[in-house]
Design a protein around this ligand. Structure first.
Ligand SMILES: Cc1cc2nc3c(=O)[nH]c(=O)nc-3n(C[C@H](O)[C@H](O)[C@H](O)COP(=O)(O)OP(=O)(O)OC[C@H]3O[C@@H](n4cnc5c(N)ncnc54)[C@H](O)[C@@H]3O)c2cc1C
Length: 449
């Protein structure tokens, strides 16, 4: 096999991680290889059983699958069955300083909530295996011909001079197994120590420690208090940027996003805020986890015969991590089958495409979230902001619902951040905003103390 050229028939690819990035890569690479008349062998390693309850079997996320990803999945022949979908989401409800605004989705689109693993502790639905989104993707890959090993990879050894195989090492207490491959794909996410052990210039993304918890809720209560909406709360807590309630049938996932959120921060925020009103009176956390959220891209997520994909490489700032995994998997599969497997080729064809898609757009995303935080941290601007959304939703033509759309795009991630930022700087919007702010100040001044 040519050392730097595209992978040829008979090539063996080891994929470390059977989360979305690993399964997407396997499915897309097999599909592309088939179209190119190549016969390749893919082996996925993962130490998790996605049918297990609790964080042990789960890749720890809010489990919101947006329409753009659903469409992409359909495009590669994957339609999520009903036992994977926990809820058909109808829209988002935004809560800010006692005000609430509801934005419903376009009825022609879909948003689902799913469990990434077998559901929270104490949860039982038979057959459990069918519940997990990650297991469903992995099963699909296996059905297409991918092999799977339920093992943790402890190290990767790169070929010495004159050799061409990469060694994937799985060490357990009693033995050590070595698998030889022509190419290795790192789809191990950011919740693993492996990101610190790669023997080349790779530097993992910087990460936040988010916090998630599950609350059991009977369906009637859920329908009455939360509807089928995802509720986003902009909190006053300095530790939590925002908090989300995602309905999942007889459960709700509570997600708190911040640099370092502990379970006590999450609990205190719920107890001391309006969030409490949306939950059952005797609520308790039945399961919780502390997943890491990448906040920067990785440095050099590639080497000779190796590429890193998914969260461990590039992902969209704060949103659509699973869809980002799809893109990085697609770019990697195309590069190694069409262009080559050397460091230089991966830099030019894989890394450059990822940077083009995520790097500058994420900068725009960071600016947008900062602006949003500034507006929501002030009493007057936040009231004007949410009042405007409420007004737009109650009687304005969808064409003129400019602020609602900004909020919608920002929290569903259904539009690149740079386009949302451009819309944010629409001068008409700011004139209206200034006018409403002056009106509000005047009204308050007239009302007196
Ligand atoms: C709080 C929070 C909420 C989120 N909510 C959403 C959401 O609603 N929607 C969305 O699209 N995204 C969401 N995300 C992002 C999403 O979780 C990730 O983007 C996505 O899981 C990335 O997929 P991945 O395959 O790269 O990594 P992971 O999902 O982390 O999968 C990595 C896999 O590799 C395996 N692995 C790790 N190390 C080894 C090893 N040494 N050997 C073998 N296997 C190994 C792991 O067991 C795991 O199965 C959220 C993230 C956070 C933190």
């Amino acid at each position: 096999m040519d050392n730097g050229g595209p992978l040829k028939s008979g090539a063996k690819i080891a994929v470390i991680g059977g989360g979305p990035a690993g399964s997407f890569f396997a499915i897309l690479a097999l599909k592309l290889a088939g179209e190119m008349g190549k016969d390749i062998n893919i082996l996925i390693f993962d130490n998790k059983h996605f049918s297990d309850h609790g964080p042990r079997g789960c890749n720890m996320c809010a489990g919101v699958i947006q329409d753009s990803l659903i469409t992409k999945l359909k495009g590669i022949g994957i339609t999520l069955p009903s036992d994977i979908k926990r809820e058909d989401i109808e829209g988002y409800s935004f809560h800010l300083r006692g005000l609430s605004a509801c934005i419903k989705k376009d009825p022609s689109t879909s948003i689902y909530s799913v469990f990434r693993g077998g559901g929270p502790y104490g949860w039982s639905v038979i057959p459990r295996k069918k519940v997990s989104f990650d297991q469903y993707l992995l099963d699909h890959a296996i059905k297409e011909g991918v092999k799977f090993r339920h093992e943790r990879v402890s190290a990767i050894e790169f070929p010495k001079r004159g050799e061409s195989k990469v060694s994937v090492i799985c060490k357990s207490k009693n033995n050590s197994k070595v698998y030889k491959a022509d190419f290795v794909v790192g789809a191990f996410g950011v919740n693993t120590v492996l990101i610190k052990k790669l023997p080349f210039g790779y530097r993992p993304p910087k990460r936040w420690n988010a916090c998630q918890a599950e609350i059991a809720m009977d369906r009637e209560h859920m329908k009455e208090r939360c509807g089928n909406m995802i509720h986003i709360f902009f909190t006053r807590s300095p530790k939590i940027k925002y908090l989300a309630i995602t309905p999942k049938g007889d459960n709700a996932t509570i997600t708190a996003i911040g640099k370092n959120v502990g379970i006590n921060d999450l609990q205190n925020e719920i107890i001391n805020s309006e969030i409490n009103e949306y939950l059952p009176r005797d609520w308790e956390f039945i399961c919780h986890c502390h997943p890491r959220l990448p906040t920067t891209p990785a440095r050099q997520p590639y080497s000779d015969r190796c590429v890193i994909i998914g969260d461990a490489s590039y992902s969209r700032h704060m949103k659509n991590g699973i869809e980002s995994a799809f893109y990085t998997a697609q770019f990697a599969a195309e590069t190694i089958l069409k262009n080559g497997i050397s460091k230089e080729i991966l830099k030019k064809n894989y890394d450059k495409r990822c940077r083009k898609m995520f790097y500058y757009d994420n900068l725009a995303g960071k600016i947008l979230f900062l602006l949003h935080e500034i507006i929501s941290s002030n009493n007057i601007s936040s009231t004007v902001y949410l009042d405007r959304v409420i007004k737009e939703q109650s009687h304005m033509d969808p064409k003129h619902q400019k602020v609602s759309k900004l909020l919608w795009h920002l929290y569903t991630g259904d539009m690149p951040y740079r386009y949302i930022l451009k819309r944010f700087f629409n001068p008409v919007l700011h004139v209206q905003f200034a006018y409403e702010t002056i009106k509000k100040i005047f009204k308050w001044a007239c009302a007196g103390p």
